[in-house]
Ligand binder design. Structure first.
Ligand code: FES
Length: 157
């Protein structure tokens, strides 16, 4: 069974109501939707526009601008590699290439068997032990080829 709730307009409206009082509520709402549904489906756009009094284009623009938001349900495991500056300087791009070749998908995609979604992330706040990764919400520092292989094994299990 999926760890995420199926998308529903009713639940989306509820999530919007919980965050509406915040200043600049769209980003926190989008994060909350992704947490609940695993992604921000297209059907959410008109609901958010209506509830927040924004145009659909504005909502769509924000959803597509940020790498954080998924448009489809993720796989069973989510592996993220940090591609921000500190991790770049510690060779994260080599790790990205390695993960892409082992998984057979480009960063930002899910393996065809639905097991692993491989994504980039831009700083996990663990720059001191770069390069960093995250697997199913757990942060891992000092990732090298061996550690990456372990993470891939874990993700493919
Ligand atoms: S840049 Fe990768 S953890 Fe900060």
């Amino acid at each position: 069974m999926s760890r995420f709730e199926p998308w529903s307009e009713e639940r989306t409206v509820e999530i919007v109501a919980d965050h509406k009082g915040l200043e600049g509520p769209l980003m926190p709402i989008l994060h909350a939707l992704q947490e609940a549904f695993g992604h921000v489906p297209e059907e959410a756009t008109p609901v958010l526009a209506r509830e927040l009094n924004l145009s659909r284009a504005e909502v769509h623009g924000v959803i597509t601008f940020y790498h954080d938001f998924r448009h489809q349900l993720p796989g069973k495991h989510i592996l993220k590699l940090c591609r921000a500056e500190a991790c770049q300087s510690m060779g994260c791009e080599k790790l990205v290439e390695r993960a892409e070749s082992r998984l057979g998908v480009e960063c930002g995609n899910t393996t065809p068997d639905g097991r692993v979604t491989f994504e980039a992330v831009y700083c996990l706040g663990l720059c001191a032990t770069a390069p960093s990764a995250m697997i199913d919400g757990r942060i891992v520092g000092r990732v090298d080829a061996n550690r990456l292989d372990q993470l891939l094994k874990e993700a493919q299990s």
